[in-house]
Design a protein around this ligand. Sequence first.
Ligand SMILES: O=C([O-])CC(=O)C(=O)O
Ligand SMILES: [Mg+2]
Length: 388
Amino acid sequence: MKIVDIAESTRPIKSDIRNAYIDFSKMTLSLVAVVTDVIRDGKPVIGYGFNSNGRYGQGGLIRDRFRPRILEADPASLLDATGENIDAHKVWAQMMINEKPGGHGERSVAVGTIDMAVWDAVAKIAGKPLYQLLAERYGTGTPNPRVFVYAAGGYYYPGKGLDGLRKEMESYLARGYSVVKMKIGGASLADDCERIESVLKILGPGQQLAVDANGRFDLPTAIAYGKALSQYPLFWYEEAGDPLDYELQAKLGEVYAGPMATGENLFSMQDARNLIRHGGMRPDRDWLQFDCALSYGLVEYLRTLAMLKEHGWSASRCIPHGGHQMSLAIAAGLGLGGNESYPDLFQPYGGFPDGVKVDNGYVTLPPLPGIGFEGKSDLIAEMRALAS
Ligand SMILES: O=C([O-])CC(=O)C(=O)O
Ligand SMILES: [Mg+2]
């Protein structure tokens, strides 16, 4: 049994949206296929993966370093103890040969993308949903396929006024979401407060709004926003300052009593640990958004979950960034607090298998082998085209 090829293609996911820090006019991602010689139902097992929005495609790194390292390895050295499946941890270690520690940069995105495809293949070879495999290997043994999801959007967009913002949020609520998220920090504080209030007005009982500043603020601005936001019953105040400025996060937490969220731009267990050690995040109310598809994959995410446990944090405080099915599977398998979802953006990569509906803020994952990409017809069509 072996991995016979790894294909990569860099795909556009561009749009006219803008957050407080970047626009998405040239955004791309990497789609990968990990092809094995294992035959199931008469066909070779192929695992698929892609990286989340925000960090662009990683074709160069994948082709120059990570693909050749896997393909050059003795295939037997990448198998688990049974010899009947691939060991994702061994594949990960093979990718990271001759990589120095620290300075995590964006190689974590390339590795995370391949890692997603490896886990998809591992679960397909095992013939079970990834969430089931994860619950059995690393969790309680029993997955919970009902996962909380929230609707992320509320971007700045040319010509989009308060009416447009409200309509967007109404359409998410109409689709069954109970929590919606919008951008802040790309307008003045007064304008952002007006935008927030216009959305709060349409929320019913049990519905909440989260806001995301995408790391835009310095400490005085983060605190000025914090003081203004304190008057609203927000689900969370996300990424106020630079993702690596742990002191800013800690000082904000001293004056902002509501829930804070951050972590989508921390790409290693060590960076996540520094946030936990120095960022003043509060395990009783704050949220952690580490996204395995940007941060060395699930092999590293398992280390991050172990680190969190050591520091007294529950996995249920994690709601990853990225809106992909990989994090849905991890949430169902390992008891995360939920997952992000972009109902109208970054398609066909985000979202759920066809027919899965959001019900009062939750989705129930069908028992598809692997991550479940085969259940999403527009996505699997792109994936299959890459592998053939
Ligand atoms: O706008 C982005 O870069 C995406 C983002 O922060 C999120 O989904 O939380
Ligand atoms: Mg964010």
